[in-house]
Ligand binder design. Sequence first.
Ligand SMILES: [Zn+2]
Length: 181
Amino acid sequence: MSWIRCYCGYKIHDSSDHLSYKGRIMSDQDYFDYLDSVSSIIGSECPDRKKLVDNFYFRVPDMTKTVYQCSQCGRLYIEEDNKLFCFKPENHTNNGVLKSVHGEKWKGFLYAEWRSEKYEWQEYKGYVCADVNYPCESIYSDDRQEIIDGYYRLLEELKKAGVIRSASLKINGERIHDWTL
Ligand SMILES: [Zn+2]
């Protein structure tokens, strides 16, 4: 599903990873099978451990259901058998129930890119976007230096706040800076 139109009119996008308003739920009826699978991999003497882990990764989505929350009205949408079931909040305005259990301290990502020729769909030649649960503004600009400076400034700020795990800066498709915690 690439996006959902909420009953309130808001568009819920599902176009990237690590979304703060998307989650996965698992039935308690499956939870212990899940834990058993993990412990059987840990305890396995199979020499091809990588294959076991790959198989497990492949099976995990089948053990969960996807859930989205509307950031505007807080409605929850649970996906089951390609259908969406909507649940409306009662007496609260918590629109962030699907955020990481680490809340604002969840370590996210910083992406920045600038291209001398912008793509058709792009409004600006460059952007600096932080995928974090921490208040900071994205930067959009045609100016190459503004993007570069903005990237390093934001990287330092996010590092100091302890809310980032990796960052990358690309200029004309070439990765000119990479940082990982
Ligand atoms: Zn809504």
